[in-house]
Design a protein around this ligand. Structure first.
Ligand SMILES: Nc1nc2c([nH]c(=O)n2[C@H]2C[C@H](O)[C@@H](COP(=O)(O)OP(=O)(O)OP(=O)(O)O)O2)c(=O)[nH]1
Length: 130
């Protein structure tokens, strides 16, 4: 099966995490961490900065790796590095997403996360947000 390398940002202000709703494609309507596919020659950090600029017009500070999600979708294998991030400058502007929400720990599972994200969401409920 083909593996897709994705990098995603768990943007947090420590109290809340920023979730976005996909606005197009096969997973339209599902909730995710903003991010996307690595391009040739990019490091995960470079790809993440680029994606977050493109999708949200934000500059971020990238912190620790929260998890690498490995998940088999019917058509591909997803390998997704998820980093804790902070906003360095800007206010999120939705260039590609349908909606966004800042979720507290209590309502972290109140949106319909993509299948690959489910285990990570459970884990985040019980870990520190750095
Ligand atoms: N960014 C992001 N993608 C996720 C998450 N969970 C999850 O299963 N994915 C999947 C959905 C997509 O198949 C892939 C992300 O790649 P992408 O955003 O570039 O996908 P895309 O195919 O819509 O983009 P594109 O080819 O149109 O550029 O990873 C998540 O939390 N964040």
């Amino acid at each position: 099966m083909k593996t897709i390398q994705v990098v995603a940002a768990i943007i947090t202000d420590r109290e809340r995490i920023f979730a976005t709703q996909r606005g197009y494609g096969a997973f339209k309507g599902g909730w995710e961490f903003p991010g996307g596919k690595l391009e040739a020659g990019e490091s995960p950090e470079e790809a993440l900065r680029r994606e977050i600029r493109e999708e949200l017009e934000l500059e971020i500070e990238i912190g620790s790796l929260a998890d690498t999600v490995e998940y088999d979708y019917p058509d591909f294998h997803l390998s997704m590095d998820c980093f804790f991030c902070r906003i360095k400058s800007g206010t999120p502007l939705l260039k590609e997403h349908e909606a966004a929400r800042w979720l507290t720990r209590e309502n972290l599972d109140s949106v319909n996360w993509l299948p690959a994200d489910q285990d990570l969401i459970k884990k985040l409920k019980n870990t520190d947000w750095k």
